[in-house]
Write a protein that binds this ligand. Structure first.
Ligand code: F0G
Length: 456
């Protein structure tokens, strides 16, 4: 049964489609890196779901009517109420985006030589841990490394791996355990309530603080409701409250399930940690009642958190991602299954088996998709997550993905049909696609600024 969008479109932004020749010129002149394209050179932008949501009339309305104040604006009060109602946290720090919350947390907790386990770190958490002299560790269940393998909660932490890791490194070297919901790096795969609880128990046993990386908390709650026994009839907000009740704290990018274009939150139940993060936050972000944003941004987040936890919205959201996944499966394209919460992840090891990972096949496919259809996806493979050894040789990432993220409430199913057609065409002609040579990459988060050239 079709479930139509639970909204109608009130305002539009015209899109322009450049010619194939123009697109070819654009991508080659930007070192085959889609981060360097201007957005008006892109027809369908699936680079990220972050900060790309279409906001509702209620969000825009609240943005216009809130007062702008350095300290104590009414939008801060609205946000505090939403954080308390939805997450069940009464102490938090407002920051301008998720990675700023990570910076505050890791600057405060992580020392040189420490370890930070996670089911899977996303690029910024990984880099922020490293930046503080720590070592990030991915302890996800093995199924996450088999994109085609079915499974309800392929984002889970492997509890045995976590216990062994603590045993091996010692709890005094682990200042925090993170759990990313949904697990972006594994393909937007969800984490079960059972797993959240189990991680919290291991953390408590070793007296290690347990934090959620909660960017996509609402999508995760929806998966729990549809896939985990006992939650079928539960209200999404009750599920969210349960999820957060197991955590000592959380980092949150409101650019995802806050349905806002900017914003982040660091939540903690630890008064001393809260105090230290507030003090550091004032130095690097701003006074906590605005957190590096305009007060109107806080109003958008507060309203967005309520909208993101409405069941009708989440059904629509999930159906849209599944729709694109199904179209690609019909065309034989290898993708992560089941599809995740915010994006379709194309398994490029299977798509382009003739290109070795050291030649960045997912980067190459991302450039080809731009040339084919003006569509901007993103590489989440060896450029984003690979390493280099001492001689500068590329060490491939375990997974080689091109991600097609779906911004919230932005594109129609016709546009997704077009995306599927373009990807299918590339798949039919996949033998013609060649690898790339990397000519430049900074040490941390190198993929954003990296440059490539075709291998002749
Ligand atoms: N954690 C996860 C799991 C993320 O996906 C992101 C951002 C962050 C933290 C950092 O949040 O961007 O507000 O600083 N992910 C975006 C993406 C950028 O495209 O997946 P941020």
């Amino acid at each position: 049964m079709t479930r139509p969008e639970p909204f109608r479109i009130k305002m539009i932004e015209p899109l322009k489609r450049l010619s194939r020749e123009e697109r070819k010129e654009n991508i080659s002149s930007r070192g085959y890196n889609v981060f360097k394209l201007n957005s008006d050179e892109v027809f369908i932008d699936m680079l990220t779901d972050s900060g790309m949501s279409a906001m509702s009339d209620a969000q825009w309305g609240k943005m216009l009517t809130t007062d702008q104040a350095y300290a104590g604006s009414d939008s801060y009060a609205a946000l505090a109420e939403a954080v308390s109602n939805i997450f069940g946290f009464d102490t938090f720090v407002t920051v301008h985006q998720g990675r700023a919350a990570e910076n505050l947390l890791f600057s405060t907790l992580v020392k040189e030589g420490d370890y930070v386990p996670n089911n899977m770190h996303f690029d910024t958490t990984y880099a922020n841990v490293k930046h503080k002299g720590g070592t990030p560790a991915n302890l996800v269940v093995d199924d996450a490394y088999y994109p085609g393998k079915p499974g309800d909660f392929k984002g889970n932490m492997d509890i045995d791996k976590l216990k062994d890791f603590i045993e091996e490194k010692g709890s005094e070297k682990i200042p925090v355990i993170m759990l990313t919901i949904t697990n972006n790096t594994a393909g937007g795969q969800p984490v079960s309530m059972e797993n959240i609880k189990a991680v919290s128990e291991v953390a408590a046993e070793h007296e290690i603080p347990f934090f959620l990386d909660a960017c996509r908390f609402a999508e995760n709650a929806y998966f729990i409701r549809t896939r985990e026994k006992g939650y079928e009839e539960k209200d999404i907000r009750d599920i969210v409250r349960d999820m957060f009740s197991y955590a000592d704290g959380f980092t949150f990018s409101a650019k995802k399930d806050g349905l806002a274009n900017i914003g982040g939150i660091l939540g903690t139940r630890d008064e001393e940690l809260h105090k230290r993060c507030v003090e550091l936050g004032i130095i690097i972000e701003g006074f906590p009642t605005y957190g590096g944003m305009a007060c109107r941004d806080l109003a958008a987040i507060a309203q967005g958190m309520y909208e993101a936890t409405e069941l009708d919205y989440l059904r629509y959201r999930n159906q849209q991602v599944e729709y694109l996944g199904d179209k690609l499966i019909e065309a034989g394209v290898p993708i992560t299954r089941p599809v995740g919460g915010h994006a379709v992840f194309i398994d490029v090891k299977e798509f382009l088996p003739h290109i070795p990972q050291v030649q960045f096949p997912a980067q190459s496919l991302t450039a080809e998709l731009y040339i084919e259809g003006g569509i901007r996806g993103v590489e989440l493979g060896t450029s984003a997550f690979g390493e280099t050894d001492e001689e500068g040789n590329v060490i491939p990432a375990p997974l080689e993905y091109m991600r097609l993220a779906i911004p919230r409430r932005v594109y129609t199913l016709n546009q997704l049909d077009y995306v599927a057609e373009c990807v299918a065409k590339l798949y039919d002609n996949r033998d013609d696609i060649q690898g790339l040579r990397r000519t430049y990459a900074p040490e941390l988060l190198g993929h954003f600024m990296a440059e490539f050239e075709p291998i002749e």
